[in-house]
Design a protein around this ligand. Structure first.
Ligand SMILES: CC(C)(COP(=O)(O)OP(=O)(O)OC[C@H]1O[C@@H](n2cnc3c(N)ncnc32)[C@H](O)[C@@H]1OP(=O)(O)O)[C@@H](O)C(=O)NCCC(=O)NCCS
Length: 199
């Protein structure tokens, strides 16, 4: 399959918006439930954050086909979304009206998801591939590019959380050498915490 791999920082505004929509249709997460405006804001902030590692695969027309993004301080980018107070309050009210269960889930996750990172670790927070491009090796390439960038930045390990029922993702990670460190409840989700040692 033909694609070009670029760093998240190289995405323009239109591609960033398209990446938010790709995340929305390809990967279920709390941000997905909160809606497209949250996702677009998340990727705008991630693109500008020097602690974030992000890679994106583009098709021949420059549209995102897949991506991988993470940071040594998971949650920091998401937390920064609330700094634009007016925007944040309006979006939370919108989500409260359209999807009240999500706000409860967001509250539970912020209380219960106490992810403690090992020293020197970076978290792979989100990875996904457009449904039309799956099972062709792109997920493996994106994961490989993320790991390589983490190695270059001298992180000693990559950590991630994956839903226990996500067989495709668990197969991808296991084949790349990740091992389950522990299983834990995060909000309403049963997740494995996985780790790949880089040194
Ligand atoms: C997980 C995901 C990123 C994999 O992307 P992909 O491009 O289809 O994966 P690849 O084609 O590179 O496959 C990589 C390995 O994973 C395995 N794999 C991929 N999809 C699989 C599936 N549905 N079932 C079992 N194994 C699978 C393959 O066997 C492959 O190993 P191999 O090439 O040595 O045989 C993709 O399924 C996806 O976007 N899922 C939705 C989003 C998601 O769940 N993200 C992870 C959140 S933690």
């Amino acid at each position: 399959m033909k694609y070009s791999m670029i760093a998240l920082t190289q995405l323009n505004a239109d591609q960033t918006k398209k990446l938010a929509f790709l995340h929305h249709r390809a990967l279920h997460s709390l941000l997905t439930d909160l809606g497209a405006p949250f996702l677009e804001r998340y990727y705008q902030l991630a693109r500008a954050d020097s602690s974030v590692i992000g890679v994106c695969a583009l098709d021949a027309q420059g549209n995102p086909l897949g991506w991988a993004v993470g940071s040594p301080t998971p949650g920091q980018v998401a937390r920064r979304m609330s700094e634009a107070r007016g925007w944040f309050i309006i979006q939370m009210l919108r989500a409260l009206v359209t999807n009240p269960k999500t706000i409860w889930q967001a509250f539970l996750s912020s209380r219960l998801a106490s992810v403690v990172m090992e020293p020197g670790a970076i978290e792979l927070t989100y990875i996904g591939v457009d449904e039309s491009a799956r099972k062709k090796g792109l997920g493996r390439d994106l994961l490989g590019a993320f790991i390589e960038a983490a190695r270059e930045k001298r992180f000693s390990s990559v950590e991630l959380s994956v839903e226990a029922g996500n067989a495709a993702a668990i197969a991808l990670y296991t084949r790349a050498g990740f091992r389950v460190m522990r299983s834990q409840i995060e909000g309403a989700f049963n997740r494995h915490r996985m780790e790949l040692i880089l040194t």
